[in-house]
Write a protein that binds this ligand. Structure first.
Ligand code: PLP
Length: 394
C-alpha cells in the first residue's frame, strides 16, 4: 500500500504558494560557498540580508566577553525557557508605550506572519496586499488556502493619492478579512506618512478588515528620541496588529525574535494558538533584553547609515546602465537597464558579492530589480566595484 498522502490543504498550498522567499539568493549563496572552497572567490559579502551588518549592541557584546555568560548558560540551558517573557515584554512596553500584555513574542516575524495567516484566514477567504510588498504575506496566506487579492501600486515609492484610493476602493468592494502592509515598505525601502496609515486603519474598521502593519525596518525611520510606531494606534483600534523584529537594525537575526503587538486579547490568543509553547531560548530573550536597553546602538546605526548610504547611491548613479530607487532604510533597490536581475546577481556573485534578487516579487516581476543592504564603507566599495565591472563589460 502506498503511504498516506498530504492533506488537501497542504496539497493546495504546495500548488499555489511560491515558497520562493530568499530561495534564489540561498541557491546563489550555495554556489558561492562552493566557489569559495575551490578558491575561485576569496570572500563572500552578504548584501542580501537586510539586517544591520555592523552587528549588535556593544552592551550585549560586553556580556559575551565576561565569564558571566558561561555561568548563566550553564544554569539556563538545562531548563525549558520562561514562556511568559515578562522582562522582555516589560522592556518592549516601555519602548512602545503599550501595556506588557499586548505583546506576543515568536521565533522571528516569519513565524508570526504564519501564525497570523492561520489565525485569520480560512480557505477561500480574502486578504488584500498592496504590491510590491514583503513576499511572505502572499505565501503564508496562500498556504491557508486564502484568496490573495493584490493591488498593484503604480508608484515605486510612497504611494500616490491615486494608489491609495485604489487600495481603499478594493477594501470597500471586497471587505477582505486581512490587510497586510509592511512599513517602511519592503522591498522599496520607503515610508508612508502616519496619516495615510491611520486613514487605512480607520477605513478597515468599517470594512471589517483586520490590519497587519509590519514595521520590521521601523527603527530605521524612528527619530532618536522615541519610536514612531503604529503601536500608538493600537489602543483605539482593536482590529490592528503591529510587528517589529530584532533581526534588522538590532543586528540579531540569528536569535529569531519577532514581536507581535495588539490591544485585542482575542487576536493575541489566536496567534498564541498556533505558536509553539517554547519558541525562544533563554539566550535569545536575555540578549534582546540587553539590546533593548542600548538606544545608543540604534542612534549609531542610523548615523552610520546616513553617512554611508549617500556614497552607495552616488556610486550607483555614476555607473552607466544602473538605476536605483531612493530609500529611507538600510537597503537600496537597484537594477541594470539592459541586464536581467538573475544575470546581474550571477555577475556580482563572481566578485563575491551576494545581493537579493527581486525578480519574483509580485508587482515588480521580471523587471530586473535587485536589493542591496548598505554595509561598511569598505564593503560598499567592493559592491560598487563589482557593479562597475558589469557597467564596463556592458
Ligand atoms: C517586512 C519584513 N517582515 C518580516 C521579516 C522577517 O523577519 P524575521 O527575521 O523576524 O523573521 C522580514 C525579513 O526580511 C521583513 O523584511
Amino acid at each position: 500500500m502506498s503511504p498516506p498522502g498530504l492533506s488537501p490543504l497542504t496539497r493546495r498550498a504546495l500548488a499555489s504558494a511560491s515558497g520562493d522567499y530568499m530561495a534564489r539568493d540561498l541557491v546563489e549563496l550555495q554556489r558561492m560557498q562552493q566557489r569559495l572552497q575551490e578558491g575561485q572567490i576569496g570572500h563572500i559579502w552578504r548584501f542580501d540580508v537586510g539586517s544591520n551588518t555592523d552587528g549588535f549592541s556593544p552592551l550585549a557584546r560586553d556580556l559575551f566577553d565576561s565569564g558571566f555568560l558561561a555561568e548563566m548558560l550553564d544554569t539556563y540551558l538545562r531548563e525549558y525557557p520562561d514562556n511568559h517573557y515578562e522582562l522582555l515584554r516589560r522592556g518592549l512596553a516601555r519602548r512602545y508605550d503599550v501595556e506588557p500584555e499586548c505583546f506576543v513574542l515568536g521565533a522571528g516575524l516569519e513565524s508570526i506572519i504564519d501564525h497570523i495567516a492561520r489565525a485569520f484566514l480560512s480557505p477561500g477567504e480574502e486578504c488584500l496586499i498592496p504590491i510590491p510588498n514583503f513576499s511572505l504575506y502572499e505565501d503564508y496566506s496562500l498556504r491557508q488556502g486564502a484568496t490573495v487579492r493584490t493591488v498593484p501600486m503604480q508608484t515605486l515609492g510612497p504611494w500616490s493619492e491615486a494608489d491609495l484610493q485604489r487600495l481603499e476602493a478594493a477594501m470597500q468592494a471586497h471587505h477582505p478579512r486581512l490587510l497586510w502592509i509592511s512599513h517602511p515598505i519592503n522591498p522599496l525601502g520607503c515610508a508612508l506618512p502616519m496619516t495615510v496609515l491611520e486613514r487605512l486603519v480607520t477605513l478597515a474598521a468599517a470594512t471589517g478588515t483586520a490590519v497587519v502593519i509590519d514595521e520590521a525596518y521601523g527603527e530605521y525611520i524612528d527619530p532618536d528620541e522615541a519610536p514612531c510606531s503604529c503601536a500608538r494606534l493600537l489602543a483605539a483600534h482593536p482590529h490592528l496588529m503591529v510587528l517589529r523584529t530584532f533581526s534588522k537594525i538590532y543586528g540579531l537575526p540569528n536569535l529569531r525574535v519577532g514581536v507581535f503587538m495588539s490591544a485585542n486579547p482575542e487576536y493575541r490568543r489566536g496567534v498564541l494558538a498556533y505558536r509553539p509553547t517554547f519558541p525562544l531560548s533563554w539566550f535569545s530573550l536575555y540578549t534582546c533584553q540587553l539590546a533593548l536597553l542600548d538606544d545608543d546602538w540604534l542612534i549609531e546605526a542610523r548615523s552610520r547609515l546616513s553617512r554611508r548610504k549617500p556614497l552607495v547611491e552616488a556610486g550607483l548613479d555614476a555607473l552607466t546602465g544602473f538605476e536605483r530607487l531612493p530609500s529611507q532604510v538600510n537597503t537600496v533597490m537597484f537594477r541594470h537597464r539592459r541586464i536581467s536581475a538573475t544575470e546581474v546577481q550571477h555577475r556580482l556573485a563572481d566578485h563575491g558579492v551576494l545581493v537579493a534578487n527581486l525578480d519574483q516579487v509580485s508587482g515588480i516581476q521580471n523587471q530586473g530589480w535587485l536589493r542591496m543592504t548598505v554595509r561598511s564603507e569598505a564593503d560598499n566599495a567592493v559592491f560598487l566595484a563589482a557593479c562597475a565591472a558589469i557597467s564596463t563589460d556592458d
